[in-house]
Design a binder for this molecule. Structure first.
Ligand code: PLP
Length: 442
């Protein structure tokens, strides 16, 4: 960034999230505005958004319909408490979301983030079992390499050592982890779902045998794991998890924070894979990332069990000051309208084959050891430098940013997830810019 653009700006006070603060502040990358498929940095350079921000901005940036809805809401009803008081927008949004959701996931609990959605879903699972007199179900099962945000519940069921290890003594007890599904030799460079590995779901059956199936409250997985490098479920894997859950009365929670709202070319991954969970967490694309919001979708019977069996006034002692915030609801309603009017989920499905061919064309670039894709998502895994996991991909991120492309990296996997409005020529541009960076980065 130029000294002119940074003049008068102190970078010291802000402690940046999930960032190498010292390295970043030595060579900052700051954006000033965004429109359509592009960010503009503080020096006025355009950067093609290959990641929809952080898997959020599915309808593209600066959408007037959404901006106007937020502005209208801010001017009309800036805030309303959600406890024992309501406002129409939150009910309208819940109704529209319930209509969009698969199966009987027809009740919606609002949060402000994906992390809060996961912690809320874990509590709903506990409340449900307790309501049915099944309170001995105290165990949760997550998966290695799962990411479910940074709340204590989310890091307990999550499977990323760096997120969990410093807090191990403080985490929820009785949590097991299924093996992740990545790294099977026959699956490298798969297009779409890999063929091998459905049997890895049987680890859930083994846990049920070990502890007793009737001690497990829920299993939590991302249908496609994003944050640890785009891990796509093997053919038949999610179906098998569903069957094992059904056999033991275990709730299946899908964390659809990144897969929700069209990322795979269907409203939710549950639709794409044809496997309906009992609870589904979302965030990000629910408002096009324009106002923070998350939500838990809850199956009819689970909601009713908690609410109808309760004898106290408040059936579920849980909620956030900003649950169903008017600005977030206005953004959510306008976002759903844009998705509908522009058929963006179907658009993503139509583009998926072109996207697949484009990203797999990078196969012969230096250090590329795997490429995987599904819907409008791709993971390009690089060989790690000895003793410096993540450094090569981070260099690639910095190189791409300088030449006008935003990519996301996690360890040495480059994750791509562009807004669903991307044009074919822009897909070519993503691959061209990334290909050149891969050529340069040693
Ligand atoms: N769950 C998944 C699958 C995610 O990818 C994320 C964030 O990337 C979260 C939960 C946490 O969401 P948030 O950062 O909004 O708390």
């Amino acid at each position: 960034m130029s000294q002119t653009a940074l003049s008068g700006l102190s970078l010291d006070e802000l402690w940046m999230p999930f960032t190498a603060n010292k390295a970043f502040k030595k060579a900052p990358r700051l954006v000033a505005s965004a429109k359509g498929m592009y960010y503009t940095d503080v020096d006025g350079n355009e950067i093609l958004d290959g990641t929809a921000g952080l898997w959020c901005v599915n309808a593209g940036h600066g959408r007037e319909q959404i901006v106007e809805a937020i502005a209208r809401s801010a001017a009309t009803l800036d805030y309303a408490p959600g406890f024992n008081l309501g406002h129409p927008l939150s009910f309208q949004l819940a109704t529209q979301l319930a209509e969009l959701a698969p199966g009987d996931l027809d009740h919606v609990f609002f949060t402000n983030s994906g992390s809060e959605a996961i912690d809320s879903a874990l509590k709903i699972a506990i409340a449900y079992h307790q309501a049915r007199g099944d309170g001995q179900r105290t165990r949760f099962v997550g998966r290695q390499r799962g990411y479910h945000g940074v709340g204590f519940g989310g890091i307990a069921v999550g499977g990323i050592p760096a997120n969990r290890n410093p807090y191990l003594p403080y985490l929820m007890p009785h949590v097991d982890h299924l093996p992740h599904t990545h790294g099977i030799a026959g699956n490298f460079f798969s297009k779409g779902q890999p063929a091998e590995g459905a049997d890895l779901a049987d680890a859930l059956e083994a846990l049920a045998q070990q502890h007793g199936g009737d001690t497990i409250a829920a299993v939590v997985v991302e249908p496609v794991a994003g944050s640890t490098g785009v891990l796509i479920p093997p053919v038949g894997y999610l179906e098998r998890l569903r069957a094992i859950c059904d056999a033991h009365g275990i709730l299946l929670i899908f964390d659809e924070v990144i897969t929700g709202f069209g990322r795979l070319g269907a409203p939710f991954a549950a639709d794409y894979f044809g496997v309906v969970p009992d609870l589904m967490t979302v965030a990000k694309g629910i408002t096009n990332g324009n106002v923070p919001m998350g939500a838990v979708f809850v199956r009819h019977g689970i909601h009713d069990a908690v609410v109808n069996t309760s004898t106290s006034g408040i059936e579920f002692f849980h909620g956030y000051t900003y649950s169903g915030h008017p600005l977030a609801c206005a953004a959510g309603l306008a976002t759903l309208e844009v998705y509908r009017e522009e058929g963006l989920f179907a658009r993503a499905a139509d583009l998926a084959a072109y996207w697949q061919d484009a990203v797999h064309s990078l196969r012969d670039k230096p250090y590329v050891i795997d490429i995987r894709n599904i819907g409008l998502v791709a993971g390009i895994e690089l060989e790690s430098r000895p003793g410096a996991v993540g450094a090569r991909a981070m260099d690639c991120h910095i190189d791409c940013f300088r030449t006008g492309l935003l990519i996301r990296t996690t360890a040495d996997t480059i994750a791509l997830s562009p807004p669903l409005i991307i044009e074919r020529a822009q897909i070519d541009q993503v691959v061209d810019l990334l290909g050149r960076a891969l050529q340069r980065v040693a």
